[in-house]
Design a protein around this ligand. Structure first.
Ligand SMILES: Cc1ncc(C[n+]2csc(CCOP(=O)(O)OP(=O)(O)O)c2C)c(N)n1
Length: 356
C-alpha cells in the first residue's frame, strides 16, 4: 500500500504568494543571479533545439521547465563539493561554472566537459548516458572524500526513470549503510521518455524511497528556485556535519520533448502541458523579484539581452573550435592502454593507409 503523499515544500506558490516559513531569505543579488541563470538556460535551450534542426549540433535533450531545479541545486553547492549532472542538466553545468561555449563544444561532439589542464577544477563530472550509472560513482566519490577528511559533500542528479535501475538502489543502499555525505537529487519531471511516473513506480512519492535505506527523503517544488536552493543547502550542511545522505525529490516537469528525436504528442496531451505552463519556474522567480525587490520591465529587458548576447557569442566561439584530433578518441579511457585499443589506434591513427 502506498504511504500517504507528503507535502511539497515551496517558498513561492504558482500565484506568487510567498511562504515566510520556508523562505531562505536570500539577498537580492543572490535571487537576481538565480533568475539570470534561469533566463540564460532557457535562451540557450531554445537556441540549441534550433541548432539541432539546422544540423549544427547532435541530438539534444531539452531542459525547458527544469531551469529552477537545475540552477537552484547547483547554486547551493560550494566550490569544494562534487557534482554529477545528467545529460539534460545543461543549466546545472552552467551554474557550476562551466562556460556556455564548452557545453556547446560537447554538443558539437568535440569535448566531454573535462578540463584536461585542471580536471579537478570544477569538481563536476561528465554526464553518463546509461541511466543511473552515475549514482554508485557519486557515492564512491563522497565516501573517498570522507575518508580523506575533506569538508565536502557530493550531489548526484538523476530523473524519475533512474529510480527503477539497480544502480539507484545500490547507490542508495551503500550511502545509507556507510552514511556517506551524498545528496541524491531526483528531478521528477513526470516522464521517462514515454513512461509516465505512475508506470515507473507504485510508491506515492520518490522521496519516500529513502525510508527503505534508512535516511530522510524530502519533496520540494522543483519549479521554485528558492525552495530547491533551500532544500539542497540544508541537505549539504547535514551531510557535511556527519548526518549522512538525503534524497531530495524536486517535483518538476519536462515541457519539451525527451530529446530532439522524440515527439511527445504521441504519448501525452496538451492539457497536461498547459497545466504545467502555469507553474513556470522563470515566471515565478520574476514575480518574486517584482514583489520583493521592485523588479521592472527595464531590468527584464537588460537580463534578456545579456542572455541573447552570451548565447550568440558562445555559438560563434564554439563553432570555431572544431577539429578534434582522431588520436583523442583513444586518450583518457584507460590509465594504461590495453593491447586491443593500442592495435585499434595503430590502424586508425598511425597506419590508416595499410589495408588489413
Ligand atoms: C541503462 C539504460 N537504459 C535505457 C536507456 C534509454 N533511455 C535514455 S533516457 C531514458 C529515460 C530516462 O528518464 P529519467 O531518468 O526520468 O530522466 P529524464 O530523461 O526524464 O531526464 C531511457 C530509458 C539508457 N540510456 N540507459
Amino acid at each position: 500500500m502506498a504511504i500517504q503523499e507528503p507535502e511539497v515544500t515551496r517558498v513561492v506558490a504558482p500565484d506568487g504568494t510567498v511562504d515566510e516559513r520556508t523562505d531562505p531569505d536570500l539577498s537580492e543579488s543572490v535571487v537576481t543571479d538565480l533568475y539570470r541563470q534561469q533566463v540564460l538556460a532557457r535562451t540557450f535551450d531554445e537556441k540549441a533545439v534550433k541548432l539541432h534542426r539546422q544540423g549544427r549540433i547532435g541530438t539534444y535533450a531539452p531542459l525547458q521547465g527544469q531551469e529552477a531545479a537545475q540552477v537552484g541545486a547547483a547554486s547551493a553547492l560550494a566550490d569544494s563539493d562534487y557534482c554529477f549532472p545528467t545529460y539534460r542538466d545543461h543549466a546545472m553545468y552552467l551554474a557550476r561554472g562551466l562556460e556556455l561555449e564548452d557545453v556547446l563544444v560537447y554538443l558539437l561532439g568535440e569535448g566531454n566537459y573535462v578540463d584536461r589542464e585542471d580536471p579537478d577544477g570544477l569538481r563536476t563530472f561528465p554526464p553518463t548516458i546509461p541511466i543511473a550509472t552515475q549514482l554508485p560513482h557519486a557515492v564512491g566519490t563522497s565516501m573517498a572524500a570522507d575518508y580523506r577528511g575533506d569538508d565536502c559533500a557530493t550531489l548526484v542528479s538523476f530523473g524519475d526513470g533512474a529510480t527503477s535501475e539497480g544502480d539507484f538502489h545500490e547507490g542508495m543502499n551503500f550511502a545509507g549503510v556507510f552514511e556517506s555525505p551524498t545528496v541524491f537529487f531526483c528531478q521528477n519531471n513526470h516522464w521517462a521518455i514515454s513512461v509516465p511516473q505512475e508506470r515507473q513506480t507504485a510508491s506515492a512519492t520518490i522521496a519516500q524511497k529513502a525510508q527503505a535505506y534508512g535516511f530522510e527523503g524530502v519533496r520540494v517544488d522543483g519549479n521554485d528556485v528558492l525552495a530547491v536552493y533551500g532544500a539542497v543547502e540544508n541537505a549539504l550542511e547535514a551531510a557535511k556535519n556527519g548526518d549522512g545522505p538525503r534524497l531530495i525529490e524536486a517535483v518538476t516537469y519536462r515541457k519539451g520533448a525527451h530529446t530532439t528525436t522524440d515527439d511527445p504528442s504521441k504519448y501525452r496531451g496538451d492539457e497536461e502541458v498547459e497545466e504545467w505552463r502555469k507553474k513556470d519556474p522563470i515566471e515565478r522567480t520574476r514575480e518574486y523579484l517584482e514583489d520583493a525587490h521592485g523588479w521592472t520591465d527595464d531590468d527584464e529587458l537588460r537580463v534578456q539581452s545579456w542572455a541573447d548576447d552570451r548565447v550568440v557569442e558562445a555559438i560563434a566561439n564554439a563553432e570555431e573550435r572544431t577539429g578534434l584530433d582522431v588520436d583523442d578518441i583513444f586518450e583518457h579511457v584507460y590509465a594504461q592502454t590495453p593491447d586491443s585499443l593500442r592495435r585499434q589506434r595503430q590502424r586508425v591513427v598511425d597506419e590508416p593507409e595499410v589495408e588489413r
